[in-house]
Design a protein around this ligand. Structure first.
Ligand SMILES: [Zn+2]
Length: 199
């Protein structure tokens, strides 16, 4: 498989947290994951009255700035790995602290755009603190990893999966995310790694 996945922190998001997720992703994908330098928080989609950003324009602005963000680290690569080749990744997943929403929703975990193979995930609703519960960093990381797997599949044009034990199963509620394992089913894995599925 030669799938190049980039993870990009947005604004003042904790880079250590993003790198930990990148490392886990690299293990699951059996492929090093690019950690790019942080992107600035987009102004697009800002809704001060709601204290949130509208997800689609937020992602569009992030995607536009991607070529300017250098690869800082190849997470999960062998120490003697070759320098990172230039060029766009096959999928770019931005991670933000900003709370996102879509019209008709209170808030969302993120936004995915298959046309540009990109996605943005918000940590806000993955934190136990958001639900007034005690912080649980391990759970939070696992949620980010599962959503990143979901976003990666969808950004590569795969449909949602009907298998509840697959990362591409629906992620409407936090309970859906917590129930899933950190992996794809065999069929989705094949589609993702061989590019057998294209829209
Ligand atoms: Zn599946």
């Amino acid at each position: 498989m030669d799938l190049r996945v980039a993870l990009i922190p947005v604004g003042k998001v904790d880079v250590v947290e993003v790198e930990a997720a990148a490392l886990r992703l690299a293990k699951i994908l059996n492929k090093a994951v690019e950690l790019r330098q942080p992107a600035a928080v987009p102004r697009a989609g800002d809704d001060p009255a709601r204290g949130q950003h509208l997800a689609a324009p937020f992602l569009a602005e992030l995607r536009q700035g991607l070529p300017r963000l250098a690869v800082q680290k190849l997470v999960g690569a062998a120490p003697a790995a070759a320098p990172v080749a230039a060029g766009p990744p096959d999928a770019a997943i931005f991670v933000t602290d900003v709370d996102l929403f879509r019209p008709q929703t209170e808030g969302v975990f993120g936004e995915i755009d298959a046309a540009t193979h990109s996605a943005v995930l918000s940590l806000r609703r993955l934190r136990e603190a958001f639900y007034r519960r005690k912080a649980d960093p391990a759970k939070q990381r696992s949620r980010l990893v599962k959503l990143a797997l979901y976003a990666l599949g969808r950004a590569r044009g795969l449909p949602e999966c009907r298998d509840p034990s697959c990362a591409l199963f629906t992620t409407t509620a936090l309970a859906d995310v917590d129930m899933k394992p950190e992996k794809y089913c065999a069929s989705c894995w094949r589609r993702l790694t061989t590019g057998a599925y294209r829209i």
